[in-house]
Design a protein around this ligand. Structure first.
Ligand SMILES: [Zn+2]
Length: 149
């Protein structure tokens, strides 16, 4: 799982992000990197705030970097943290990841190198998709997001 070149690049980006995480309150540093099917990698770290609810998770910061670069489809996310046990993305991040990669692969690495992986379908089996709940308009167009890739 963690031996091919693309995975090494993805892991390295996640670990670099973890090193610069801003986590003065919890001291729980997290780095995440998302990867497109073409291999492009975008990283993010957690960004805490004195107003705790403003804190951003690493996964969503990485998604923001990918979307800012014009990406719309993600195939993998690699998460690493200062926790010995590999941490899965939180519930909010699972839904955020589902927007851009309903079937993506989630890899997580603990601080001692222990690896776990899941599919996003395993972590979030009933993903919310707006287009499944909004009727098509009069022109027959659905409410699905525009996909550019
Ligand atoms: Zn999260």
């Amino acid at each position: 799982m963690a031996s091919d070149k693309r995975t090494r690049e993805l892991r390295a980006a996640a670990r670099r992000a973890m090193e610069v995480a801003y986590a003065p309150y919890s001291e729980f540093r997290v780095g995440a990197a998302v990867q497109t099917a073409e291999g492009a990698v975008y990283a993010g770290c957690n960004v805490e705030n004195a107003s705790f609810s403003v804190t951003m998770c690493a996964e969503r910061v990485a998604i923001g970097a990918a979307v800012t670069a014009g990406e719309r489809t993600l195939s993998r996310v690699y998460v690493c943290s200062t926790s010995v046990e590999p941490v899965p993305p939180c519930g909010a991040c699972r839904q955020a990841l589902a927007e851009f990669g309903p079937d993506l692969e989630v890899i997580s690495e603990g601080s001692d190198g222990k690896l776990e992986s899941w599919t996003l379908q395993q972590l979030l089996p009933a993903q919310f998709r707006l287009e499944e709940h909004v009727p098509a308009d009069e022109d027959g167009a659905d409410m699905g997001p525009e996909r550019h890739s």
